[in-house]
Design a protein around this ligand. Sequence first.
Ligand code: SF4
Length: 360
Amino acid sequence: MLDDFGDKLIHWYERNKRNLPWRDCADPYKIWLSEIILQQTRVEQGMDYYLKFIRRFPDIFSLAKASQQEIYKMWQGLGYYNRANNLMAAAQTIVDDFGGSFPQQPRELMKIKGIGPYTAAAVASIAFDVAVPVVDGNVFRVLARIFGIATPIQTGRGKKEFETLAATLLQNHPPGTFNQAMMEFGALFCQPKNPDCQQCIFLDTCQAAKNGTVEQFPVKQPKAAVRNRFFYYLFIEFAQNGGPRAFVLKKRNQKDIWRNLYDFPLVEYGKRKQPEEILHMPEFNDLIGQTTFTVSSVSREYCHQLTHQKIHAVFIHLIVDKKPAGFAENALILVDEKKIDNYPVPRLLDRYLQDQENLI
Ligand code: SF4
């Protein structure tokens, strides 16, 4: 089983692999960029982002010079903005400390911001042929099923067990090809739901298929509880005398989700409220004070799922004729309607703004 595992897998890969722009090249910049973009993102969704980044930043030097605002704008929609921060920090480190050349060994790569064991192994094996296994979600699933491994994959013990097995299987094979084959087999064939086991090259040895327990693998620990947050956004339109319409934005500086992105003034609660109630809350008063306003519309509830939080957002569109009282204290900024698109905003706001497109 162990002897011919890699040969069978690579044979399958050569006949079935997708044609992806970062594949079949040994450029560590392209491999690293694709790995960072594809963390938590499907290939179909990540592809456009990858192509956009490569066109705008064809090498590590151009990326290292980019501003945070530009990177955030290009990253908009991918979420997990920490990855975008790490991307910038890593590019600067590689240029400043390594003269623009990626280190080759996983140990060295992991000293760079945002590069964990998985990305380090992918860059080292695919770009530099270092014999180190990549163990991502696809690899966990394939190995857990074929070898019937029930150790939870998030535990230290589980990670070690899977890594050791993958390293054994990798021996005597080209590391980059083997690793990509493992990931591709999981992504395309041994999928989480209803894999076509009857057509599988590993059917005769797969423990999970033999025992009818395919969907029980890989074994995961129960997830942490999700926190619900209720956001009441004030989408404040400032009708300037005869001038273009302007809207109020706020940069998120607090230690919280979406740090350094822009959103609207916000009143947050731990439970759902009627939007009319918001207009009588002290927090609303702190923002608006005695400013005269009219309510133009109240949106439906938009939901946005994050790893451990679910955001429920309602947008209250207000029209005011002078700057709200709390403008300065709350560090609000007034943005001309045509320039809103220059500001990086969370995906949730982008969805609302797109729905408003005809009104703005
Ligand atoms: S037999 Fe089914 S579960 Fe086993 S590796 Fe193949 S596709 Fe995956």
